[in-house]
Design a binder for this molecule. Structure first.
Ligand code: NI
Ligand code: MN
Length: 229
């Protein structure tokens, strides 16, 4: 079974049975809650960005350069990584599209949020934000990215084992809307994310767990903690 480790904010590593490492939204050096710095990311095969905001791109370009990991994101973010940052190993996807990578099938899902790309002074690389549906070792993880509650989540019903959902409010769904997302998606397990990093997104994840109730299992992870499937 794969192993999913939380690193604070929206950053997770997903390690497949064969040891392949997928790193998602690696906001580490600027993140007061991160349990590791970018230098602690050793072997890494894929770096995924849900969208272009600084708290999701984070140290990802640097990590991709240092490890040789393949960058996977929207066409525009991949173009920025290639043309401006100089990263060669990158694979563009777009919303609704997935691809069979050696590690598994990775698909981008819709999200309703902002589209700027951190570091893009030209303004040429604006993108739409997304989330990821990652299927490997017969498990499917949904990382929602930054998003409002959207009716599209209903389309994920029955497809998700573990859903990583933002609960911070202010920039994304808050706890109440995240519970409605759980009702729509019906995942086996929910992991709350994108909370407590900054004052405006302070939330009590245990209160969220109480609100979810019997709808799903809630795994509240401290940075550095892992969820075993
Ligand atoms: Ni954002
Ligand atoms: Mn964010």
């Amino acid at each position: 079974m794969p192993k999913l480790t939380f690193h604070g904010h929206s950053c997770f590593t997903l390690v497949a049975d064969d040891g392949t490492v997928v790193l998602i939204d690696p906001f580490l050096s600027g993140n007061p809650l991160a349990d590791i710095g970018p230098d602690a990311v050793g072997k890494c095969e894929y770096v995924l960005f849900t969208h272009g905001h600084g708290d999701h791109i984070g140290d990802g370009f640097e990590i991709a350069k240092n490890t040789g990991a393949q960058v996977i994101s929207t066409f525009e973010i991949v173009a920025f990584a290639q043309q401006v940052i100089g990263i060669e190993n990158a694979h563009p996807l777009h919303i609704g599209g997935g691809y069979n990578f050696p590690v598994g099938y990775i698909k981008m899902t819709p999200a309703l949020h902002g589209g700027a790309v951190e570091g893009d002074e030209s303004g040429c690389y604006t993108t739409v934000p997304g989330g990821f549906l990652i299927t490997l070792d017969n498990c499917t993880v949904y990382h929602a990215g930054d998003t409002a509650l959207i009716a599209d989540m209903e389309l994920l019903k029955g497809k998700v084992d573990v859903a990583c959902l933002p609960i911070g409010d202010n920039f994304t769904m808050g706890p109440e809307d995240a519970v409605r997302a759980v009702e729509m998606i019906e995942p086996k397990t929910v992991i709350p994310m994108h909370y407590n990093t900054f004052d405006v997104i302070k939330q009590d994840p245990n209160e969220f767990a109480r609100m979810v109730g019997s709808r799903a299992r809630v795994a509240v992870l401290e940075p550095g903690q892992s969820y075993d499937f």
